[in-house]
Write a new protein. Structure first.
Length: 182
């Protein structure tokens, strides 16, 4: 009976090919590429540095927010509907920050004053974001300490707010001391 051993497997050798790969020239002529930039190309030209990938929940949240704004035919003071200005600000905020917010889909609701509230669940607490007409306030309670960031409208310092939100999200996942728990 033959059994496999390390010595047997180490004796296996791979044969080198006798010739290099050859590439065939296509039979059909190559079509000219349009020189005109696409709309998406123009936007990409404005990005400096790495670009984040939007969260998986962004399309769902966008749809929910858009469906929560009353149409032009219904009155503006309809209970249960989201103010169109706050909805627009919320969409802008989520577009700018979804990649640094928790990966879990937020729970959305409106506050009594018409602000939009988004709550994100984390391993070590909750991130609550309140989007109003003047600012976006995000806060979490981590081990008894309140961690907060504010982004005023028009968006005054998006990179700073993104950095602060990224820190809060990290702390929600790892704990206030940055230690990942299993």
């Amino acid at each position: 009976m033959i059994t496999a051993t390390a010595q047997v497997y180490s004796d296996i050798r791979f044969r080198q090919p006798g010739s290099e790969f050859s590439f065939e020239i296509p039979a059909a002529p190559v079509q000219e590429i349009n020189d005109q930039p696409l709309v998406s190309d123009k936007k990409l030209g404005l990005i400096s540095g790495p670009a984040g990938i939007a969260a998986e929940w962004i399309s769902t949240i966008t749809r929910r927010i858009q469906q929560s704004v009353p149409g032009p035919a219904s009155g503006t003071d309809v209970d249960g509907w989201l103010d169109s200005d706050i909805a627009a600000r919320a969409l802008g905020f989520f577009d700018a920050t979804s990649d640094v917010l928790p990966a879990t889909e937020p729970y959305l609701y409106t506050a009594t004053n018409g602000d939009l509230v988004a709550e994100f669940a984390g391993r070590h607490g909750k991130l609550t974001t309140v989007i109003g007409k003047a600012a976006v306030n995000s806060f979490a309670v981590l081990e008894g300490q309140i961690v907060k960031t504010t982004l005023n409208f028009p968006f005054d310092n998006v990179p700073k707010a993104r950095q602060e939100l990224m820190q809060i999200t990290k702390q929600l996942h790892t704990g206030a001391h940055g230690i990942v728990e299993a």
